[in-house]
Design a protein around this ligand. Structure first.
Ligand code: TRP
Length: 516
């Protein structure tokens, strides 16, 4: 995730991008992840409750978990139960859509800032993978080699350093893709791409249209850009946004794109039928500013899309603790997916911040604090067994379990996770990677018993093998021209009138902001 390496420290641009904000305040956006700094210079833990308020997102509550379990018939994922995924936008609507119409698309991504990934990077992917299995839906994974190139060059005052050319980021993307695939995504329903390779066709058509909906002022406001930011980076966000539209990937749904050398006539126009498929984005919360911009514009596209739903995670704690900085360039601050069992052991033992007491006697007497203990924190994300975890927390509080013992348990769990990963990584060949990266019709079934199957969605969900009803333009006109629709959206005329009214209202609402 981001410059957002969910675990890592903010990149160097920090205040230069946003001179209005005092350096002490906590700052979270796609290009900055930093907790508040107090008067003494100490970095505080990120305040997620405040973030919920500042961003205006919703907390993920026990009732969401209950609803999730009811709709899917499966237990809520441990990362939801343990609040690593802690907030959302319209998560309920995705559950509604799945319950009623049967399917949606998952979308997530990674900025390939280097060739190696650490533990924190895997978290959103692990979560996404399990969502994909539970819902049986298509997934797209975007590798933003372009974003990282533009961002790095911007950070280096416009200079392109050795090893930081576009091709270098493409190489990082390929390495990262192999890491991601080693987590075990189902090839039948997963499409992975890098922007440098895939941009074109309907994706680029959506990008261009979306770019026309974002002004310089709006981009500066959301990302802290200024007049010295390179224009590639300013425009980049549009790509990350339209990547959420199923209509950017017609081939995944059995429809034609419009690309060299075929330029299939049926693909000349973007496919309206795909616009009705909703999307859920699991990601770290620093990416939310992109998707705020996206949600405000979904309904203004030529073929309006439902507002994208989000499920948002915290950042995986750095080895040095919630306020500590973890960076890919400091090997002691992160557990890398390429670390040996010994490296993992040494890092946890030497560097993992402890919630234990100064001395053994004190610890036995007063007990430790698992909430700030990094070994326990990692266990809470990687240990499936709720009872064991609860036992560890209790034992620690009572002073029965010592820091060394907590670390030992954590080391075993992480060694296992990383070793299994490395085994699978060995098996990911270039051919395997290319198979995932080939645009092709994905196979997925969605909800086997939707309550109100919708024509396009049902078809897309693949009760007929993933083919969207109608397929070519003629078929889609039929689908859209039917008049009254099962999903209660009214006749075509009514929808058109409603859309016009909405457009007008939006325009009015936008105007004063634009001028301000
Ligand atoms: N900008 C993200 C990063 O730097 C990469 C990304 C692209 C992404 N699309 C996404 C992350 C969707 C999460 C969800 O890591």
């Amino acid at each position: 995730m981001a410059t957002s390496e969910p675990v890592s420290a903010p990149p160097a641009v920090k205040t230069s991008l946003d001179p209005q904000k005092p350096a002490q305040q906590q700052q979270i956006d796609p290009y900055n992840v930093g907790g508040e700094v107090d008067e003494t210079g100490a970095i505080k833990a990120i305040d997620y409750d405040r973030l919920i308020q500042d961003f205006g997102v919703q907390p993920l509550t026990p009732s969401h978990l209950t609803r999730f379990e009811k709709v899917t018939g499966k237990p809520a994922h441990r990362l939801m139960r343990r609040k690593l995924f802690f907030s959302h936008r319209d998560f309920d609507k995705i559950l509604d859509a799945y319950e009623e119409h049967g399917t949606f698309m998952l979308y997530t991504g990674r900025g390939p800032s280097s060739g190696s990934m650490h533990l924190g990077h895997t978290v959103p992917f692990l979560f996404t993978k399990e969502l994909q299995e539970i819902f049986d839906v298509p997934l797209v994974i975007m590798l933003t080699d372009d974003e990282k190139y533009l961002y790095t060059r911007n950070k280096n005052d416009g200079h392109q350093k050795v090893g930081a050319a576009p091709e270098d980021f493409l190489d990082f993307a390929h390495e990262n893709i192999k890491d991601i695939l080693a987590l075990g995504f189902d090839m039948k329903k997963t499409f992975v791409y890098t922007d440098y390779e895939f941009m074109g066709g309907h994706f680029y058509r959506n990008t261009s249209e979306f770019e026309s909906l974002v002004t310089m002022n709006q981009a500066s406001g959301a990302f802290g850009f200024n007049g010295s930011t390179n224009i590639g980076l300013i425009a980049y966000g549009a790509k990350q946004c339209v990547a959420a539209f199923p209509s950017s990937y017609p081939e995944l749904f059995g429809l034609k794109d419009y690309r060299a050398p075929e330029y299939a006539a049926e693909g000349k126009r973007r496919h309206k039928s795909l616009a009705s498929i909703p999307t859920l984005i699991p990601c770290a919360i620093d990416q939310e500013p992109y998707f705020r911009i996206l949600r405000d514009r979904c309904e203004r596209m030529t073929d309006p899309h439902p507002k994208t739903s989000l499920i948002l995670s915290k950042f995986l704690t750095a080895l040095q603790g919630p306020g500590g900085k973890m960076s890919a360039s400091d090997p002691n601050s992160a557990i890398f997916m390429s670390d040996t069992p010994k490296q993992i052991k040494d890092k946890i033992n030497k560097h993992a911040f402890s919630g234990g007491r100064e001395s053994l006697e004190e610890h036995r007497k007063l007990g430790g604090n698992p909430d700030v203990d990094v070994a326990f924190t990692y266990l809470s994300y990687f240990l499936e067994d709720d009872d064991e975890l609860e036992g560890l927390a209790e034992g620690y509080r009572k002073g029965e379990i010592l820091t060394g013992e907590m670390k030992k348990r954590c080391i075993i769990e992480l060694q296992k996770f990383v070793q299994d990963f490395q085994e699978r990584r060995k098996g990911v060949s270039d051919e395997t990677m290319r198979a995932y990266m080939t645009p092709r019709k994905l196979e997925f079934a969605g909800n086997p018993n939707p309550t109100r199957p919708r024509q396009a969605a049902v078809a897309a969900a693949g009760t007929n093998g993933g083919v969207v009803a109608g397929g070519a333009d003629g078929g889609e006109a039929g689908e859209e021209g039917k008049g009254v629709r099962e999903d209660g959206r009214g006749t075509k005329g009514e929808r058109k009138a409603a859309k016009l009214a909405e457009k007008k209202a939006l325009k009015m609402a936008e105007r004063p902001k634009e001028e301000a």
